[in-house]
Design a protein around this ligand. Structure first.
Ligand code: DX5
Ligand code: ZN
Length: 227
């Protein structure tokens, strides 16, 4: 399964409904919502109120990426707002198992994410209990940054661990992905692709979404032929 999750971080917030419709028309699979608190990352975006509004705009699953220092405090609010996936940063979770448990108890899928500089080993102990592992391929905080190449090795390592242990989580990659490098992420093992600027800063977000979706389905077809 390969999925595309457009990140609304680079969308025009004065017309969010239209922006979301544009990626729905391009057959987006999820909507990625980047929550930033100005502490964990040097930027502030939005909180549960906007996630709740996005949930009323679309029926697509909401993939909520929490770039905040105290996720435990807000998990319930984001669950109520309609998050389908809630992803927390390993770097700020002192008791990550209890944070993940809390998310799952609210019937929300639980994800963990690591920054480009954080080793995969730091999350190995939770791989059996998560629904999503998000590998950041830029330092979080802003859309439109350059993809960090060494993350490809981390994607491969995670894929190996997943295959070896038959884990169920999805491998998601976030940051600096566009039509020019999506395939190398898929080849390394990515299953969910987040794309912000490459979609919403393009002239035609629907066409760009379709183009990325085609790249995902072409990859799937080629992979199946090889088998
Ligand atoms: C970065 C965010 C990303 C970002 C991706 O902090 O987590 O989701 O929106 O945007 P692009 O695709 O523009 O790098
Ligand atoms: Zn994100």
């Amino acid at each position: 399964m390969y999925l595309l999750a457009p990140s609304i971080l680079s969308a025009d917030f004065s017309d969010l409904k239209k922006q979301i419709r544009s990626v729905e028309m391009g057959k987006a699979d999820w909507i990625h919502c980047d929550v930033m608190d100005g502490h964990f990352v040097p930027n502030i975006t939005f909180g549960p109120i906007v996630v709740e509004a996005v949930n009323r705009i679309t029926d697509l699953p909401l993939d909520v990426h929490l770039m905040i220092v105290s996720p435990d405090q807000y998990i319930e609010k984001f669950a109520e707002a309609g998050a389908d996936y809630l992803t927390v940063h390993q770097e700020v979770c002192i008791h990550i198992n209890s944070t993940l448990k809390k998310i799952k108890e609210l019937n929300v899928k639980a994800g963990v994410t690591i920054n480009p500089a954080t080793p995969v080993d730091t999350v190995e102990h939770v791989l059996s209990e998560i629904d999503l592992l998000l590998l950041m391929s830029v330092n979080p905080g802003f859309g439109g940054q350059k993809f960090i190449e060494h993350v490809l090795n981390k994607i491969e390592r995670v894929r190996e661990l997943k295959e070896k242990n038959n884990y169920k989580f999805l491998i998601e990659v976030d940051g600096g992905i566009g039509i020019e490098n999506v395939e190398k992420c898929l080849r390394a093992g990515a299953e969910v692709i987040v794309a912000g600027a490459s979609i919403f800063k393009s002239e035609n977000p629907t066409a760009r979404t379709l183009e990325l979706k085609n790249a995902l389905s072409d990859f799937k077809i080629r992979k199946n032929i090889k088998k």
